[in-house]
Design a protein around this ligand. Structure first.
Ligand code: TYM
Length: 349
């Protein structure tokens, strides 16, 4: 059971996916499937950690799981190359999460900024699942002994926690790990985050200091992958800017969050560096830049929405992709979870 390079990542089926998900994570996922063994999950068990009003109840959850799967496929993930499945079909995630609940320390979870943001002021009323969420996330990754995790910037702290959990498990169970033949005493790898590209943190189109997010009440703040061409162009047109022309060099973007965000989005969509975008548009007015940005966004995002709608029309086919992916995922996770049980000292038959 040697550790080999393996990629794992996931997205939550709450609300619709947006440009931040696409540029921050999906572009990396698509690239990696050409070079690595990749496992991409629709993390439906994470979706229910928030209040039922937020995730919308059972019918909405089922719809959202299929929609996110359709988005994965429409963006270019290939179920022949990558394993695509929904988390709740592979029970080993929940089993390993329990073991990690007993490895992670309260103090570690207390530092998680995303829990503080999502729980808000009424912390007493947050679910235990929301609090323990990062442990389930560590289990998602480590139940495959995955080594690389492509995500946006906002997941960095959770990834650090996953590494701490992996390390503490290796330390706590070092004796049985060595006895089981892992000579260096490490059963779990320390997973590496992959946070790259010009748009690892895409900001709201209405406020360059806030992250683009599914939960923002203003639909104008984000481009959804399901938006049609007109909607995409209109949202870019209405995006907040500042009165100065675009700078010619990257340094000139400092202190101009809206400009920095739009230039980063353009660079990521066009596959260019930020400096080359500024070489083309620096010194010019926002109007010309926005027009070009609208065109490239419609070009890249428009077809995804159309393809998602087509795929979502065939629920049976989506469910078949998920069933096949889950079977392949279980074939990897099952033996690893068996080994974890042996290492911890559980009896299994
Ligand atoms: P989620 O569903 O919030 O987001 C999915 C992915 O999209 C990235 N992302 C962004 N990137 C750039 N700019 C933005 N505005 C933006 N918004 C979202 C996220 O960083 C993420 O990569 N906890 C995770 C899901 C998860 C997971 C995992 C990820 C569960 N288990 C194991 C990796 C490995 C989440 O809520 O992502």
């Amino acid at each position: 059971m040697k550790i080999t390079p393996r990629v794992f990542s996931g997205m939550q089926p709450t609300g619709s996916l947006h440009l931040g998900n696409y540029l921050g994570a999906m572009l990396q996922w698509i690239k990696l499937q050409e070079t690595h063994e990749c496992i991409y999950c629709v993390v439906d068990m994470h979706a229910i950690t928030q209040s039922i009003d937020v995730w919308g109840g059972p019918d909405e959850l089922t719809r959202a799981i299929r929609m996110v799967t359709a988005a994965y496929l429409a963006c270019g993930l290939d179920p022949k190359k990558s394993i695509i499945f929904n988390q709740s079909q592979v029970h080993e995630h929940a089993e390993l999460a329990w073991v990690f609940n007993c490895v992670a320390r309260l103090g570690w979870l207390n530092r998680m900024t995303q829990f503080k943001e999502k729980a808000g002021k009424d912390r007493e009323n947050a679910s235990v699942g929301l609090y323990a969420y990062p442990n389930l996330m560590a289990a998602d990754i480590l139940v495959y002994r995955a080594t690389h995790v492509p995500v946006g910037e906002d997941q960095k702290q959770h990834l650090e926690l996953s590494r701490d959990i992996a390390q503490k498990f290796n330390n706590d169970f070092r004796d049985t790990i060595v006895r089981a033949g892992f000579e260096d005493g490490n059963f779990f790898p320390l997973p590496e985050p992959i946070i790259t590209g010009p748009a690892t943190r895409v900001m709201s189109l209405r406020d360059g200091t806030r992250k683009m997010s599914k939960s923002d009440p203003s639909d104008l703040s984000r481009i959804n992958l399901t938006d049609d061409a007109d909607t995409i162009a209109r949202k870019i047109q209405k995006a907040k800017t500042d009165p100065e022309p675009l700078p010619s060099e990257e340094l000139g973007l400092a202190g101009r969050p809206e400009a920095e965000n739009l230039v980063g989005i353009y660079a990521a969509l066009a596959g260019l560096g930020v400096s080359s975008v500024l070489r083309d548009f620096g010194g010019g007015p926002f109007s010309a830049f926005k027009k070009a940005l609208g065109e490239v966004a419609v070009d890249r995002i428009g077809p995804i929405g159309a393809e998602m709608r087509r795929l979502a029309g065939d629920a049976a086919e989506i469910d078949r992709v998920l069933a096949d992916g889950s079977r392949r995922a279980r074939a990897i996770a099952g033996p690893i979870m068996d080994r974890v049980k042996d290492l911890v000292g559980f009896i299994r038959s």
